[in-house]
Design a protein around this ligand. Structure first.
Ligand code: TXA
Ligand code: MG
Length: 345
């Protein structure tokens, strides 16, 4: 079973971080908090340790990992940053944004799934930064959940999914943003948004000017495999069927009840309805993002047949929330009662 070390999120105990850092150096797996979600970390230079990540998560080998660094300079030793991108990366890091750039030599192929590019991120979390510094190596880390499950926003989620697979969990409480980092491919002109996140599209556009947003980045259907390998897999999903309702939520619940289904309703701000169970996600979109994955995990413990969630406006962090909701719903978004009936049969 994993050893759980509680640390203060802002002033982490260096002794505990050092215990985790030596586990990383020994080639073991350490789950750690970032400002987005918990990551499942291994020494990115160690191919064998990085392979353990794929085994523990049940992650397909063609889905590359994000490599976490403690500084821009460390990133620049692993990937090629054109001058204008370097200037931007220095400005926005540490923060919830991942840059896909051309890979430099030292990283093993398992980490990047054999791609000529690498995803690099410098997380804005004192525990993550200290862990990377103390380890002395970049840390490859996907989200610390079983493949396909909602990402972990607290240590208990990591225990639930990977308790017997990870050596140490650094527990610093709930993460701040609750959805994974924004991913942007800056090897393309204009840059391409691969995954919306807390660093919003509006902010990206104000920095880069033009940004391309492929349909899959909004959660509309599957990714072009060549563009974003990981985006083709089902993600973030509860076991309970979920439908996003983009019309009268109460009418949707009534219809499901008429079919004898027990329904959990995810409430987003004032969009709510009376179901057999209600999971309140928050009263503003940042709170909703923070509670989203925990809410999706809770749905499975309610003993319902169906979960219904309202849609949110795709602005600011709302774009990331809708992307995750669409994927969690297996792309089932009902705009009318008839569409809902098609989904719930
Ligand atoms: O907030 C986050 O980014 C969290 C924390 C732990 O930092 N990490 C995270 O990792 O969400 P993960 O593995 O769950 O998502 C990484 C995504 C995958 O969808 C993967 O396909 C994509 O990044 N990715 C990694 N390398 C890539 C590359 N070279 N080109 C395109 N996409 C890449
Ligand atoms: Mg993930």
């Amino acid at each position: 079973m994993a050893r759980v070390l509680s640390v203060d999120p802002l002033r982490p105990d260096v002794e505990k971080i050092r215990i985790a850092a030596s586990a990383i150096r020994r080639g073991e797996l350490v789950a750690f908090p970032t400002e987005t979600v918990y990551g499942l970390g291994a020494d990115a230079f160690n191919a064998k340790a990085s392979r353990l990540i794929f085994e523990a998560k049940g992650r397909p080998a063609d889905n590359p990992l994000i490599v976490h660094v403690a500084s821009y300079d460390q990133a620049a030793s692993l990937g090629e940053f054109p001058e204008e991108i370097a200037e931007i990366a220095r400005r926005v890091w540490p923060g919830p944004i991942t840059f896909v750039v051309k890979k430099r030599a030292p990283l093993p192929d398992v980490v990047t799934a054999g791609l000529p590019t690498v995803a690099l991120r410098c997380p804005a979390h004192p525990v993550a930064l200290k862990l990377i510094e103390e380890s002395g190596v970049p840390i490859a880390a996907p989200s610390a959940n079983k493949a396909g499950r909602p990402s972990p926003t607290e240590a208990s989620h990591v225990l639930e999914d990977l308790g017997d697979k990870v050596h140490i969990i650094l527990d610093a409480g709930r993460t701040f943003f609750g959805v994974e980092s924004t991913i942007i491919d800056v090897t393309k002109r204009p840059p391409v948004l691969l995954r919306p996140g807390p660093f919003t599209l509006e902010e990206l556009r104000s920095i880069f000017g033009e940004i391309k947003v492929p349909e899959f980045a909004r959660g509309l259907g599957e990714a072009d495999v060549a563009l974003a390998p990981g985006m083709k897999y089902r993600h973030y999903a509860p076991e309970t069927p979920l439908v996003v309702v983009d019309f009268d939520l109460s009418a949707a619940v009534r219809e499901a009840h008429r079919r004898g289904l027990r329904v959990a309703v995810l409430c987003i701000m004032d969009k709510c309805a009376e179901g057999d169970a209600v999971v309140k996600l928050g009263s503003d979109l940042y709170e909703v993002a923070r509670n989203l994955y925990d809410g999706l995990r809770r749905v499975d413990k309610l003993g319902v047949d169906l979960a219904l969630s309202p849609a949110v406006e795709e602005r600011g962090i709302g774009l990331a929330i809708m992307n995750r909701l669409r994927k969690a719903a297996g792309f089932k978004v009902a705009k009318t009662l008839n569409e809902l009936l098609d989904f719930i049969g």
